[in-house]
Design a protein around this ligand. Structure first.
Ligand code: NDP
Length: 269
């Protein structure tokens, strides 16, 4: 399994399973299936209301806790210093884990995000979270954070796929040694019929989803496709036996059209 080294030297599986919009039962089954075929990283959030199911699936998997990398996120209405500390405790309790591998500020809520970051820093000191980072932070949000903090988030999770190729943000994060993580890496399946994806799909004998995941991996991104369908969870993991050529990557890069499937953090002052 391909792994990525964060700035603090933590090794993270490059590919993980996302569980947004997965009902508790679907989430449990999806995580069990994913872990049984080799996934070792799960991305949940307080807001997804399935932390307990992720935790139960991990416990039932029979794998060692240390083999699995778990991310969860601080929800918007729990931002602020004290609220964030309390929210973390609730997430940890619902997950039923002793520690979380990566805790992210879900969204750069104005007036709250710096206090939330301070809380994450103190949680990191406490040892019950191993890595802290942010999500949906655009360059101005990151610049503000870096100006007010002596520690750098190790990860920034943002929407990222060929149709939303945020090259400037990626370069900024690379310079600051912030690992970029691609969410909605399949553009939620809404562009699978694009002629370029279909052409590469034929050429490599891989599905459009696999082409999109490989594009993210070839850019050294962490990537978290979501599916609750066992066959698709397996398909999305079968991406380590082929490579896209520089010309293929260039074709995919050209698809950028600013297409967002999720919320738009560029509007958050
Ligand atoms: P994705 O781009 O991962 O697409 C998921 C959709 O594609 C689902 O409808 C799924 O269907 C379908 N799908 C998955 N694999 C295949 C396949 N091989 N062939 C055909 N269809 C497929 O969307 P998400 O928005 O869910 O993003 C992924 C993860 O990123 C989330 O689950 C979450 O963990 C994270 N995220 C984080 C956000 C943030 O603000 N930090 C915001 C959005 C997402 P089905 O499940 O029915 O199989």
């Amino acid at each position: 399994m391909l792994s990525i080294k964060l700035a603090n030297q933590t090794k993270v599986p490059a590919l993980g399973l996302g569980v947004w919009q997965a009902s508790p039962e679907d989430c449990y089954r999806a995580v069990r299936h994913a872990l049984s075929i080799g996934y070792r990283r799960i991305d949940t959030a307080r807001a997804y209301r399935n932390e307990a199911d992720v935790g139960r699936a991990i416990r039932d998997s029979g794998l060692q806790r240390s083999e699995i990398f778990v991310t969860t996120k601080l929800w918007n209405e729990h931002q602020g210093y004290d609220q964030a500390l309390q929210a973390f405790d609730r997430s940890l309790k619902d997950l039923g884990l002793e520690f979380i591998d990566l805790y992210l500020i879900h969204f750069p809520v104005r007036g709250k995000r710096l206090e939330s970051w301070r809380a994450l820093q103190s949680l990191l000191q406490g040892g019950r979270v191993k890595n802290i980072g942010v999500s949906n932070f655009m360059i101005p949000h990151l610049q503000e954070l870096l100006a007010h903090s002596d520690s750098v988030p190790v990860v920034n999770q943002v929407e990222f796929h060929p149709f939303l190729y945020q090259r400037e943000l990626l370069e900024f994060c690379q310079k600051q040694r912030i690992q970029l993580e691609a969410y909605s890496p399949l553009a939620q399946g809404r562009k699978f019929d694009h002629p370029v994806l279909l052409e590469l799909s034929r050429q490599h004998q891989k599905s459009p989803a696999q082409i999109m995941i490989r594009w993210a991996l070839d850019k050294n991104l962490m990537v978290i496709p979501k599916s609750v369908t066992p066959a698709r969870i397996s398909e999305n993991f079968a991406v380590f036996d082929f490579h896209l050529s520089p010309a293929d990557l260039e074709k995919l890069d050209q698809l950028n059209c600013g297409f967002r499937t999720c919320w738009d953090p560029t509007q958050e002052p």
